[in-house]
Design a protein around this ligand. Sequence first.
Ligand code: AMP
Ligand code: MG
Length: 332
Amino acid sequence: MKKTGILIAALAAVILIAFVAYDGIFNKSVSVDFFAMNTVGNIKITGKDADETAELIEAKINSLDTDLLSRHDKNSALSKVNSGEDVESEELAAYIKALIEVSEKSGGAFDFTLGAVSDLWGFGGEASVPDSAVLAEALSHSGYEKISVTDNRIILEDRNAVIDLGAAGKGIALDKAKEILSAQNAKKAVISVGGSVLLYGEGDFTVGIRNPEGNAGEYIAVLRTNACCVSTSGNYERYFEENGKRYHHILDPGSGYPAESGVVSVTVISENGLLSDALSTACFVLGVEKGSELAKEFGCEAVFVAADKKIYATDGAKAMITVEAEGYALAE
Ligand code: AMP
Ligand code: MG
């Protein structure tokens, strides 16, 4: 009897060790920081082959930028389009088509042709308020309606227009990451690229809305959601101050100056990364009322943090949000 007891105990221990080892292999968790698309990112994955999956995702985000979307890397398809070359790319054409739709539905508040105007401001580098005549000249060459797509070719009707996909690239990166996670049978993942986050897998996730006056990692509210993409555009991301006034990087395509719609950040929740990213920028330019309408038109939810610390949320977002910081309150 005693021997049988020892044997059973030994067997149980072996099974337990085997289970722990199995769980270690198949539910491995990794966390990888990276720098891409001129911003910081992080990949957290749980599941089989987590290391390999993280490597694949990081490589994909880098190549998406350098081969396709970057306007600073001379060899990217977008740089070639901007320099007037005839480029055929089914993938780039599909993104531009989707962004033309956002531009149209936002009444031009979203405009992916402000590259030359952004450069004059110099956000992220030697920034200063540009000369108004020079700004007006650059602005006259912008306008999404000057871009058309025919047979996977992107045509610049004004050769001086400069396409800039900075408002949507991080979301596109999340869509690509999602494809890899699914092909790799990953269980759960949270991937951030700048202000855009992919929540992947079953169950609930929580994601914070950053304190616009605080540091990265300080939150004023928390969203509880299922798997989705969450993008935030804020006036704290890239800005400079001149003569006591803050100038931020999200531009009003009507004036070429930083958008002043009364909001300091907008967060958009969508199943699609391109949409969450593009719409967060568009909604920032449009402000609470028109922005909410636009988000709804695309079946997305949105949270607007206003300059007076009131937080406006679409109905679906109201069900997800808990405001945590003192001084901030959800508007009725
Ligand atoms: P995001 O951080 O996603 O809101 O994107 C902001 C970036 O998009 C800026 O740094 C510019 O490169 C670009 N951008 C600025 N204003 C606009 C606009 N009105 N529509 C589209 N892109 C814009
Ligand atoms: Mg954006």
